[in-house]
Design a protein. Structure first.
Length: 253
């Protein structure tokens, strides 16, 4: 609000339509807001250098759904894997595709998938999340080549990522797409999620929960749980169930 003398003042605070938060590493009882009012949160993972780590994807999905945004998974650096590795990686990513989550494969070296990623995000406000070194800034460079950002290669001695982005940055593309690049994270804590609420963010568990003996089944120890049968039949991805158990256990301590 302009008071007529050239001074800007806060007039009102609008309600957020979506928010992406995690516990503040410096003050655990407070939330650190990474982005607000975004349409799509893109979880960027790396096929190699650093290696693919789905644990962050599973945790980010919970935070994204809890905050009201739409998730997308982007596997970057696919030029670094061969055909067999690619097939294995796509099979692992299939668990997310089965949930209706859009999955993109990209390479900023060859340009594979970049145009499709741009088209899928056109006109939306988006935030990029991921470990250090997975190529978030490189993706932004490829999507917005007129801008220059510092990018760094993985450390040669171990292939792990280096921190390039140290603060969130909002970039607006010519087509109206707005992209927020966030600093790389080593882990992703969950804000205001109780352990008994974790299953609410695993839709595939809901599909089999109706066959459990107990309505409030935790799907961990109860007799008559339908999950073991679903795992044996292959209708429930074992990796996703393992993620559910790990995340739930981490919130119980």
């Amino acid at each position: 609000h302009d008071d007529g003398e050239g001074n800007l003042r806060l007039a009102a605070i609008g309600e957020r339509r979506s928010v992406l938060s995690r516990p503040d590493p410096q003050t655990r009882h407070k939330a650190l807001v990474l982005a607000a009012n975004v349409d799509v949160a893109v979880i960027v993972a790396s096929a190699k250098a650093p290696g693919f780590r789905p644990a962050l994807i599973d945790r980010c999905l919970i935070a994204i759904w809890h905050g009201g945004a739409t998730p997308m998974v982007c596997l970057n650096k696919v030029d670094l894997i061969d055909g067999e590795e690619r097939a294995q990686m796509q099979a692992r990513l299939g668990a997310y595709g089965d949930l209706g989550i859009e999955v993109r494969l990209t390479s900023t070296e060859t340009g594979e998938g970049v145009a499709e990623l741009i088209a899928g995000l056109a006109g939306k406000t988006c935030v990029l999340l991921g470990h250090s070194g997975v190529g978030k800034s490189s993706l932004l460079n490829a999507m917005d080549p007129e801008r220059e950002r510092r990018t760094s290669r993985g450390r040669e001695f171990d292939g792990k990522g280096r921190h390039t982005t140290t603060a969130s940055e909002l970039v607006e593309l010519a087509d109206g797409t707005r992209l927020i690049d966030t600093p790389g994270v080593r882990s992703f804590g969950l804000w205001e999620i109780r352990s008994d609420e974790v299953q609410d963010y695993f839709p595939e568990l809901a599909e089999v929960a109706g066959s459990c003996r107990y309505r409030d089944c935790s799907h961990l120890v109860e007799p008559g749980c339908a999950v073991p049968e679903a795992l044996a039949a292959g209708t429930l991805h074992a990796a996703r169930f393992d993620a559910y158990r790990r995340i739930r256990s981490s919130l119980e301590v």
